[in-house]
Design a protein around this ligand. Sequence first.
Ligand code: SF4
Length: 359
Amino acid sequence: MTDIQEMKDEKVIGIPRAMSFYSDYPFYYGFFTDLGIKIVLSDITTKQIMSEGSGLVVTETCLPIKVYVGHVLNLIEKGVDKILVPSIQSIDYKIYNCSKIRGLPDLIRNVVKKPFTMIEPTLDKSEKNQGLYSFLNDIAVHFGIKDEAVVKRASKAGWRMYNNFHIMTRSGMSYKKALSYALQGKVFIENQTKEFPISIALIAHGYNIFDDYTSMKVFDKLEKMDVKVFSSLQLSKEQMADGIKSLNQELYWANEYEVTGAAGHYLKDYKIDGIITITAFGCGPDSLMIERITRRAKQFAKPLLNLTIDEQTGEAGFITRLEAFVDMLYRKKRARIINKMDITDNGEYIPNTNFIETK
Ligand code: SF4
């Protein structure tokens, strides 16, 4: 029997390694494993995956969606029939996702003209009967599982894995390490003793920074420069909600926690020397959120670098801007220590980096 035939006979679900994979995969892993459903992931992002995805959508589409389309194609090429393409409308009452995330199944249906079965459950906490259990039941039914008690039990296994993952990231563990331990059913607390001269908060959606290809391994690059990097994964939901309030903002976008919330928290944190925001070219919600954060960063006198990524972003230019920013933070810190007093931050130079690198 061929691998493809085996996948058709077995209970197999394909999950694109893109978008919500970077936030929800520990949950899905626990959930599907408990139900006896095998997960096949698309390959890690490559130039080919990105180009194939972007070849099917209009140029203005944001990078993460182009990459997502490429991952769906990759799963189809691997012979996976059932592919999960969720429509996450709202994650709380009137807290919405952007229209591209909400309409993901429609977008995929319109651009991917290859045979496969799209599993397209809807989660909409602003509507009756579209909560998490109905979302999960809609998935399970594709595998002949109709017993709601079985689905509830599997969801508990999903939450266990999700919570274990977050316990580890909140202790300071990196995304990759925590994911690897969580999937093995292990929980460790990070006990890092190494001191870093500079600390930076990276503010972005998970899919923009945890995908090594699209983010050009930004974590590794900063750590090589002796920088301790923080992200929203080190924060609790309460800390991020408080961060949103401290910027006098109301929660509107579903992914506002990881952007405005994390930024609001780290702007107040004196241990953080600077903030780097990474946004995808063509992202409407980010352009609004980052604008507000940039204005508030000036009031908090916190240096901020905004990097925009798309498929044309060149790695050399990306590194140069990171190095220049980190160098500026070192100089600023040294000046503080040498002068034994705070240097004036009013009128401090904040590099204008809001443009796209082209090859
Ligand atoms: S939030 Fe922005 S980057 Fe994410 S899918 Fe929507 S438009 Fe694209």
